[in-house]
Design a protein around this ligand. Structure first.
Ligand code: 2RA
Length: 342
């Protein structure tokens, strides 16, 4: 029978994207249980055309649930994921709570499906940049030896949830109308502006929390614990697609044409690389799309050894960066269970 699915954090933007991804990918669901705080209980949301009433998340919410997607932050995950597992559910967690826990797999199916144990009880879904980045790099990592990454991110408002998206819309409207606007969510005015990612700065390294997550999680997904990675994360006034300008160094020379053919048609990717019309990956074309866009592929003139390639990557933060990757993990678990049963 089709599984009973729960979504914890059902009323947030990732909760909504989870409903969209489940429906869009025709994930078989016998019952969808939408769970949220007491404040949101009673709201009626839609799944695949049908109304579903949001229930309050409690310790009794998981009876009969087969797969529980968590998208309500690390504190809720730490408390309720073990309760869901004890009730017999498999948990796919979108928060940072378990991503670096050694006995819990951190999975991007295109990059490291092999790391997902068929009997996993909790699976961690990566940070949005780590998910989009490793999807784009997976076909290169599988063929050549990557020895260094240097990247700058261009991160959309959706990474900060519905409130940050509203702040971008409201602040832009106010600025155009000449009205006063005081930012509530971000530390700076967001409209027609960009700034260093709003995560806290680690006093020891000077890197912010987002940058440190990208480094740690990318290393973990590629199982290269000491891969040198340099990263600067920037928040830009875009609604829901993250961009990454990236230099990839290889152990040996790899030509731009070989990179282009390795990326073209690889799982989860679409090559957008047309210098004649100056057409490369853009948030306007990645938003709402399942595929991550890759392009602007060049041999890096900054590395005279010819071993470095630069490129630009853009992916929908709510889809491949969050909900869709979580649903793909559930699909991978189900496929493994099916092949074990056969
Ligand atoms: C962001 N870390 O700030 C979030 C998304 N997971 O974009």
């Amino acid at each position: 029978a089709a599984p009973v699915i729960a979504i914890v954090g059902a009323t947030g933007v990732v909760g909504q994207a989870l409903r969209d991804s489940l429906a869009r990918r025709h994930f078989a669901v016998s019952e969808l249980r939408l769970l949220a705080s007491a404040r949101s209980a009673g709201q009626v949301l839609r799944f695949d055309g049908a109304p579903v009433t949001v229930q309050e998340l409690t310790e009794d919410s998981f009876a009969g649930v087969d797969i529980a997607f968590f998208a309500a932050g690390a504190t809720i995950s730490r408390k309720f994921a073990p309760i869901a597992v004890a009730a017999g559910a498999k948990v796919i967690d979108n928060s940072s709570a378990f991503r670096m826990q050694e006995d819990i797999a951190l999975v991007v199916p295109e990059a490291n499906a092999h790391a997902l144990p068929a009997d996993a009880q909790i699976v961690a879904n990566p940070n949005c940049i780590a998910a989009i980045l490793t999807t784009a790099l997976a076909p290169l990592h599988q063929r050549w030896s990557i020895t260094r990454l240097a990247l700058t991110t261009y991160q959309a408002a959706s990474g900060g949830g519905a409130a940050m998206m509203d702040e971008l819309r409201d602040g832009t409207r106010a600025l155009l109308e000449g009205a006063d606007f005081t930012p509530q969510v971000l530390p700076h005015s967001y409209a027609f502006n960009f700034f260093s990612h709003n995560a806290d700065i680690d006093p020891e390294t000077g890197y912010n929390g987002e940058e440190l997550k990208v480094i740690a999680e990318t290393r973990r997904i590629f199982d290269q614990p000491s891969l040198p990675i340099s990263v600067t994360c920037i928040r830009v006034p875009v609604l829901r697609a993250h961009g990454i300008a990236l230099s990839v160094r290889f152990a040996d020379h790899v030509g731009a044409d070989s990179i282009r053919s390795a990326l073209d048609g690889a799982p989860g990717l679409r090559l957008v690389d047309d210098p004649a019309s100056n057409h490369f990956p853009m948030p306007s074309e990645a938003s709402g799309q399942e595929d991550v866009l890759v392009g602007r592929i060049r041999t890096d003139l900054g590395d005279p050894s010819g071993r470095t390639i630069t490129m630009f990557v853009v992916g929908d933060q709510l889809l491949k960066g969050a909900a869709q990757n979580a649903v793909q993990i559930a699909e991978t678990l189900q496929a493994a269970a099916k092949s074990r049963a056969a």
